[in-house]
Design a protein around this ligand. Structure first.
Ligand code: HEC
Length: 222
């Protein structure tokens, strides 16, 4: 008996079914999501990533930050993300609709960064942390990114962007030199500061689920 048609049909239906489940259903549920215009402040959310920050996203991709950091806050009851202060609410599809490449990540050696711009809004903190994580976060196992800075001789006026005075003694260059972030360093920090999903979309008002019983204290924090 010739089984070829049967094998062909089985493969066809298996592929059609997975395409429907993985592509079509998601396209129907999320594909039509549009930015939400807020009449109170005249802005459409999620906000566009400003130019410098958009360049910083490329640096983030290039340096592989995604290998240690995720960008998605899990809902209450599915982990301790909210109790850890990684977000005020869980991430929803709306948060990502303006992004051509979504950097959800799969590994969390370090904290989730989806809201780092809301939780740590100080440029200097980020520069010191990138220069050497030990300065701000002793014991950190994040590698230093000193190549995002340039040590150079001060010629004329010192740069307003120089950070050496904020560094601990042992990192300071000799007199007459300054440490300034490179363009990549600057845009990376702009990108980090742009990461904040605090806008309350209609669907985020009801996204909290009852915490699982073992989540105990995390639930109370809400
Ligand atoms: C080898 C893993 C690793 C890599 C690669 C890594 N990080 Fe980290 N990161 C960590 C760890 C661990 C922490 C927590 C300790 C600390 O604050 O340094 C952290 C913390 C941070 C924080 C502070 C988060 C907070 O909640 O305070 C920021 C911002 C950050 N990383 C940005 C980056 C960026 C940007 C890159 C890429 C240039 C990067 N990290 C690459 C491991 C990593």
């Amino acid at each position: 008996m010739n089984r070829a048609p049967l094998i062909f049909l089985s493969i066809f239906f298996a592929l059609a079914l997975s395409w429907t489940g993985i592509v079509l259903v998601n396209q129907i549920s999320y594909g039509s999501l549009q930015p939400v215009y807020d009449e109170n402040d005249g802005k459409a959310y999620p906000l566009q990533t400003p130019g410098l920050a958009a360049r910083g996203k490329l640096v983030y991709q290039d340096l592989g930050c995604i290998s240690c950091h995720s960008q998605q806050v899990r809902r209450l009851g599915y982990g301790s993300d909210i109790a850890r202060g990684w977000g005020e609410r869980q991430s929803v599809a709306h948060d990502y609709i303006r992004e051509d490449r979504v950097l959800l990540g799969t590994m969390r050696t370090g904290p989730d960064l989806r809201n780092i711009g809301a939780r740590q809004a100080d440029h200097t903190w980020h520069y010191l942390h990138l220069y050497d994580p030990q300065i701000t976060s002793a014991g950190s196992n994040m590698p230093p990114h000193r190549f995002l800075f340039e040590t150079r001789k001060v010629i004329g006026q010192p740069s307003p962007k120089a950070i050496q005075d904020k560094l601990p003694e042992k990192y300071r260059p000799k007199a007459g030199y300054e440490i300034v972030p490179t363009e990549r360093g600057e845009s990376l920090v702009e990108y980090l500061l742009s990461l904040k999903d605090t806008y309350a979309y209609p669907e985020t008002k009801n996204v909290y689920v009852e915490p699982a019983p073992e989540a105990g204290k995390e639930g109370e924090k809400k």
